[in-house]
Design a protein around this ligand. Structure first.
Ligand SMILES: Cc1ncc(COP(=O)(O)O)c(C=O)c1O
Length: 480
């Protein structure tokens, strides 16, 4: 009996030959959920007490319950009691609709439960991740020997970048800690950068004062002049400039910092250049959009989330770093209870990343990529960019003012006298769409809408703009 037939002849009938049945069953579940969500409410209206009462009444866990009943109840709760981020009219915070293949992948991951901490324990899963990450690293223009790993999300990837940069700049940091450093490290970013860096400054012990907020222009991009002034001043004051964070697709307004210029500046000044492309990084897949990420290839490290524009379920971030040696030094671990270290071609992820036990995060991107193919991904990403343009045009035609500028599908807008919180409340109450409030560069609040679903159609957008314009014009509570 060969190895494959051993699998197909398993006494429970579970094996590779069941792939068709598994895929069909899960695809029909996903299609069913999708239909329910698209036809239902987007924004929940519920109090904590209602949910607590429901749970307390049904679940004291004293007796076992039928799984079917519990699943049906959980589905009802999820259907009613959450913002439906996969709804075609959810224009939100980078939470995507998810490809069916990635849902199949997450189910397989849960069922096989591979442990990726050591290569030897899960060679297949580890190589699938390596293969997938290498594909994207090449698109980013990184060398073949760069380090790459899946993370729980962008925050962990950004944390990894700071820890590795500290380790490379200060070899004594690992053993003796920050106290031993001869100069205080500084990190340069803008007020539009992601706030995970505030937490990271705290977690690493750098302290939030280490974050130097560089000015932005009216386009919300980092000012190179201000950066250079601040770095010079900090050097004069005895600090060590450690890292510049360029964001490729800011969370608030989708701005892309001037990556080529930042890369050149960092090279000249010997400062670590990290690009936080948690959302915008997906544009690298598209021949039409990738030029907006020009300069990313000069980064020392990159954050890119698969669970944003690459449309797989949470949590799937990625951390790419061109200095594999520094990554190994930052996360090195010695212990006898782990399987013997893998030597040669393969590395053990627990010695090259923040995590120890490690879920098979990468399967959802691998399966979705393999299923859709690169061309399918290009279509999906470019279609969403096109829908962003449709939304811009439609808003302008209806008299709204667009206040941000980005090639990515994120639109911030307002109109005279609009009271944004009241306007959003009215959108939610009427179940027109989910959008959010944002203050860009400290300006008064505006409305933020991001195309996050590959299911959003032109008809959805035209309907939403028509309905929300009616609200803005006719509802006396939404203007001052
Ligand atoms: C630019 C940017 N960086 C980092 C993050 C953090 O990513 P995560 O929520 O996956 O940890 C986000 C989240 O939206 C983001 O927009």
């Amino acid at each position: 009996m060969n190895k494959m037939s051993a699998a197909t002849e398993h006494p429970d009938g579970v094996g590779a030959s069941n792939a068709g049945a598994i895929v069909n069953a899960l695809q029909s579940v996903v299609a069913h959920i999708e239909r329910d969500i698209a036809g239902g409410a987007i924004v929940p209206d519920v109090t904590p007490q209602e949910i607590r009462t429901h749970l307390a009444d049904r679940y004291n866990f004293a007796e076992p319950a039928a799984l079917d009943d519990v699943v049906a109840d959980v589905q009802q709760m999820l259907g009613m009691w959450q913002v439906q981020v996969t709804h075609p009219r959810y224009f939100g915070l980078f939470n995507p609709s998810v490809t069916p293949a990635s849902v199949v992948a997450d189910t397989l991951t849960a069922a096989y439960n591979p442990q990726l901490a050591s290569w030897r324990t899960s060679p297949g899963a580890n190589e699938i991740e390596r293969h997938t990450l290498a594909w994207l690293a090449k698109k980013f223009g990184f060398p073949g020997d760069a380090s790459a790993s899946f993370t729980t999300g962008g925050a962990e990837a950004n944390l990894s970048a700071v820890v590795v940069a500290l380790t490379k700049a200060f070899p004594e940091y690992g053993e003796k800690g920050l106290r031993s450093l001869h100069a205080a490290p500084a990190i340069y970013l803008t007020s539009e950068s992601h706030h995970s860096f505030n937490k990271i400054a705290h977690i690493t012990g750098l302290g939030r004062d280490a974050l130097r907020i560089v000015a932005t222009g009216s386009d919300l991009k980092m000012s190179l002049d201000d950066l250079s002034r601040r770095v010079a001043a900090d050097r004069r004051d005895g600090l060590t400039p450690l890292m510049v964070v360029g964001t490729a697709g800011t969370t608030g307004g989708g701005a892309i910092d001037p990556l080529p210029e930042l890369g050149r500046f960092c090279r000249t000044e010997a400062i670590w250049f990290h690009v936080d492309a948690a959302w915008g990084g997906a544009a690298i897949v598209s021949p039409a959009l990738r030029r907006c990420l020009e300069g990313i290839e000069s980064a020392d490290s990159i954050t890119c989330d698969a669970h944003k524009w690459l449309s797989v379920p949470m949590g799937a971030g990625m951390f790419f770093c061109r200095h594999a040696g520094a990554v190994g030094e930052a996360f090195r671990a010695e212990t006898s209870y782990m399987p013997p270290k893998t030597q040669g071609l393969a590395a053990d992820p627990y010695t090259s990343s923040v995590q120890w036990s490690r879920r098979f995060i990468g399967l959802k991107l691998f399966l979705a990529l393999a299923h859709l193919g690169e061309s399918g991904y290009i279509d999906m990403i470019e279609r969403q960019a096109r829908m962003g343009e449709v939304l811009r045009q439609s808003l302008r035609r209806a008299g709204w003012r667009i206040v941000n500028s980005t090639p990515l599908p994120l639109i911030c807008f307002t109109r005279d006298q609009l009271v944004v919180p009241a306007f959003l409340k009215a959108l939610y109450q009427r179940q027109i769409a989910w959008m959010s409030e944002i203050r860009l560069g400290g300006a008064p609040p505006v409305v933020r809408a991001c195309i996050t679903s590959f299911r959003t159609t032109e008809a959805d957008i035209e309907w939403v703009v028509r309905e929300m314009t009616q609200v803005a014009l006719n509802d006396s509570e939404v203007h001052a």
